[in-house]
Each structure stands twice: as C-alpha cells, then as structure tokens.
Design a protein. Structure first.
Length: 555
C-alpha cells in the first residue's frame, strides 16, 4: 500500500516553486544586465532597512539589505517599475549611492519580514544599537529582584513577543542584576537561559525552540555575523547606548547538537572602574604594592583562573600610576574597557599580531609602562623580563594556582633564573568571593568543623597584629529562606603576594618547587588567600561556604 504524505508533498512543491522562482529572477537579471542576489542565503544588515520605510519598500517592491557609509545595496523585483525608479532617484537625491541587484519576490518578502525587528531597535553612530533606551534606562533606575526579572522575561515569552522585544528584556534584566554574561543553551525541547551573577550561573527561564531560533537570528544580525554558518563558531559584538553611556556586548556563537549556543558578555564600563583601594586588598599588602608599582622598572604578575578579576586588578594599577608625564601602552586580547590617556592595542592572530609581536612593537613606542594581557610562551616571557630590566614597568598575567607557582612556571617557559630574580618584583594570586548583603545576613557562633577550620588557619598567621580588633567567636551567614542571588551582592577579592627579596632570590636560583618558594617567602608575613579569606569572613564581608567554593582550604 502506498502512503501519501500530503505535508511532505506540499513541502517539496513549495521548494520546487521557490527554486524555479529564483532561477527565473536570475535569468531576468542577466537580460537587464544587473547582478542577481539570492536573499534566502545572503546575510541582511538589519540597520540598512531604515533607509527606506517598510510601506514604501513594499509598494515599490524593493529592499535595502546592506549599507556602508552612503553606499547601499538594494534588491529590486523589476528595475523598470515606475515606483522602483522613483525610489532609486530619491536615494540619489539623499546622497546615497545605490548598488542595484535583482531578486525574487520571496527574497523581498524575507527582507520585509525583518522590519518587525526595527520596532525596538534604532541604529546609532559607530555601529552601536540603542535598544529601547528610554525603557531600559527607566528599568535600571529601580532595583529589581531575581524573581521579578524572571517573571518579566517569562511574561514576554508566554505572550509570544518578537525576538527583539525578548532580547531587550533579557539584556535589561541582566544589566539590572549586574550579570557579567548571558548564556543561551539549546536543548531538545527548549533553550535554557542563564545569567552569570557574581561568578555563578543562575537559571532564569526556558525559551521554546521556535522563539530561540528567531532570537539567534536577531543576535547574529546585531553582531554583524553570518546567518547561514550554523556549523561554524563565530565571534562578534554590538553596543547598547543608554543615555551617554555605551555598553559593549561581546557575542560568542558555537554550534551545538540541537542548534547554536549563545554567550553574550556584558562589558559595562562601571564594572572595571574600581579604585585600587576598593578591590579588597588588605591595607598592609596594598601599601607594599603601591610602593612597588611606583618604581621606575620591574615586573608585577597576577595569577589566577579565568574570571578571577586579574584584568580589573591590572587596570586599577594602571589608573593608580597614570599621569600625563608617562606613556602607558597595553597589548590585550581583547581590549575589554577603554582607559582614558592610555594607548590600548588588541591582538589579532589572524593577521599575525600576537602578544609577542605586539610586545616587540610596543617597545619601539618608548613606553614607560607596558601591560601584556597574558604571558603564555617562551618568547613573550623573555621579552617581558628583558623589558622589566631595561627601564620599563611591566604588568601581566600568568595561569598558575598561586603566587608561588609563578616562579617555576616562568623557569619552565625558559626564563633564566638569574635574569628572573632581577626583573620580577611581585607575584600575586587572587580569587573573587561573593559579598554578603549587609541587610540579609545573620550572626551565628562558630562551632564544630567550621571552628576547627577557622582556628587552624588563624593559628597559621604568625604576625598576630593582623588579628587586632577582630572577634573570632562568631561569623555571618545568609538569612534563612532567601535565595543565594538575594543574599549575595557584588564580589570582593582575596589575595596573596610574594615579593622578590634575598631569601626568595636564593630559592629561585635552586630550581625551586612551589613549596620552596612558600618557605622562603614565609618571613615576609604576607597573608595567603585562605588567611585573607578567613579575616574577611570574621569581618562579615563573606561566608565560609563561599571561601570553600573558590579556595582549597585543605580540610
């Protein structure tokens, strides 16, 4: 028995008709001497649609699909149509330079379908987008709880709001909560929306797949990425202009089993403009660091995993020492925030501009201070060390677990130990802890295993002056019944550092292990990260559970 699948048959007929229509349009374009474009596969620059209003575009059977300065690419159904000719003449009178293509009626329908996305987005200068700024500004003037944000997003999803409206609500919600990233992860039946709040991913909502597909297209268009590259990873960016402030959004698209997954990183300038004194560095260590960074040469390295605040710390150092009398130059990947008065360059591996090439070029610019985003290979390490020996201050980052690991790591990269002890002045390590909300915490006595842990770490602090004025019988914990996202607000660093003194120099010359470096630096009496964390716990800044989450307490 033959089974007749009407739905499949209709789909094939539709595909055949579409194919025939494209072939006919391509044939006619040759007769008119115009190029043909298949708008089913050609990326559409949604900002270009503003050149011609939707009603006028539909009436004249035209569609602008790309724009560069005053040069516009415009698709037409019939170049001899009187209304089409009138539109082209009008563009010329407005100083546009139209580049005319022929396309099919279905191609034009695709262009016109994007007009609905313009209702929430307006193009601004410099490639940024003003996404309902008045509404977002108003939204951001009031503090919202996580539950309120979730309800707002869920309402838009359930009301089948278009992709632009949903993206606007997702972005404004993330900015309102101070999220650093937005994660959109497609699954079998829906896409999972999560915010990274104070370093921890938090579930926000589920988005049905059809809506997610439109949202993915919207993000691709905003980020000037290709719509038809579903099998390739892509990176892009767009900006949101809110009043006088511009917030940059970094886009990462990665193909997954169900669809492409999206990560949007929110780069809000206020997030990086943290004074050095407000990072949470203990006052005694801060005094030592300021003395070191004000020297005319030397190298200071910060270490820690991705997301531990290393860039924020280095930027705080740069702002602390900046003055009109010195030249500061950075080599970053990427430039996350722009600092006034500082020359910032971004590596581009596709064009051969790496950290190594950037550092070599930077040294020819006669800088006083150089920041290298990351030391990851032998040559970059050696040139950074040489720069620190020849009258420059060098700031950089390294991937090690602690401050002591910096020394064997650089030796493993091929740096001569004798050169290293003359160049490296400070090695730091850091992590970020979530801070307790001062009005959503309660004080409890320290008991049981918690007491054993705290007493052991306090006993390891030889210089007891660190404990002066510090009570050690109680600590603060979150109030009962409140979600974590409500009891924690903001983050603070825990730090450790090792200075290059004579004892450390001697240890470095002996091909040291991390333990050797720690033992040599012990008389410096600088807190390590677990000791710094315990003091912050006893001060009510954070919790023991939070310290356990990010620092190995060796319990």
């Amino acid at each position: 028995m033959i089974h007749f699948d009407e739905e499949e048959t209709n789909r094939r007929i539709k595909e055949l008709r579409s194919h025939e229509e494209e072939k006919l349009a391509e044939h006619l374009s040759a007769q008119y001497g115009l190029p043909f474009t298949d708008l089913q596969t050609t990326p559409v620059n949604i900002g270009a649609l503003r050149v011609i209003p939707e009603e006028e575009a539909r009436d004249a059977k035209v569609g602008v699909f790309d724009i560069t300065n005053k040069k516009v690419k415009i698709a037409v159904f019939s170049p001899e149509h009187p209304k089409t000719k009138a539109v082209l003449e009008n563009l010329k009178k407005r100083d546009f330079v139209p580049v005319v293509y022929m396309t099919s009626s279905s191609g034009l329908e695709k262009i016109w379908s994007f007009y609905k996305d313009l209702s929430f987005t307006s193009k601004t200068t410099g490639g940024s987008f003003d996404i309902s700024s008045d509404e977002i500004e108003k939204f951001l003037t009031v503090e919202h709880t996580l539950d309120e944000i979730k309800e707002r997003i869920t309402t838009v999803i359930s009301n089948k709001g278009n992709a632009s409206k949903l993206l606007e609500v997702v972005l404004s919600g993330a900015m309102g909560l101070g999220a650093s990233d937005i994660h959109l992860e497609p699954e079998e039946e829906s896409a999972r929306l999560r915010y990274r709040l104070d370093g921890v991913l938090t579930d926000i909502a589920q988005i049905e797949n059809k809506t997610y597909a439109r949202m993915l297209s919207r993000v691709l268009l905003l980020s000037n990425l290709k719509l038809n590259l579903g099998s390739e990873a892509q990176d892009g960016r767009f900006s949101i202009k809110i009043g006088e402030k511009e917030i940059e959004i970094r886009t990462s698209i990665v193909p997954a089993s169900e669809s492409s997954t999206i990560v949007l990183r929110i780069l809000d300038p206020k997030g990086i403009s943290v004074p050095l004194e407000s990072l949470g560095i203990h006052p005694r260590l801060l005094e030592l660091l300021i003395k070191e960074i004000e020297k005319p040469n030397g190298m200071l390295l910060t270490t820690g995993p991705t997301g531990s605040g290393k860039t924020t710390t280095l930027y705080a150092f740069l702002k602390k020492i900046y003055s009109p009398g010195i030249k500061i130059l950075t080599i970053e990947n990427p430039v996350e925030y722009h600092l006034k008065g500082i020359v910032q360059t971004q590596i581009d591996t596709d064009r051969g501009y790496t950290f190594l090439n950037g550092l070599r070029a930077a040294l020819r610019q006669d800088p006083d201070v150089i920041m290298v985003g990351e030391i990851r290979d032998n040559e970059t390490a050696e040139i950074s060390v040489d720069a620190a020996l020849t009258g420059h201050i060098v700031f950089s980052t390294l991937h090690t677990n602690n401050a002591a690991g910096t020394f064997p790591r650089l030796i493993d990269l091929g740096v001569n130990p004798k050169t290293l002890i003359s160049a490296l002045t400070v090695s730091m390590a850091q992590r970020l802890l979530r801070k307790l909300h001062p009005e959503r915490r309660k004080e409890v006595p320290i008991e049981g295993k918690d007491k054993e842990t705290i007493d052991r770490i306090l006993a390891s602090i030889d210089d007891k002056s660190y404990l002066e004025g510090l009570q050690t019988t109680s600590m603060w914990v979150p109030q009962d019944g409140l979600p974590e996202t409500d009891v924690y607000k903001g983050r603070v660093g825990v730090y450790e550092a090792i200075l290059m003194d004579e004892a450390v120099q001697q240890a470095v010359l002996q091909s040291p292990s991390e333990r050797d470096i720690v033992n040599a630096a012990h008389p410096q009496n600088i807190l390590n990260m677990e000791q710094d964390g315990i003091i912050k716990i006893l001060q009510g800044v954070t919790t023991l559970d939070e310290l356990r989450r990010v620092v190995d307490l060796k319990e």
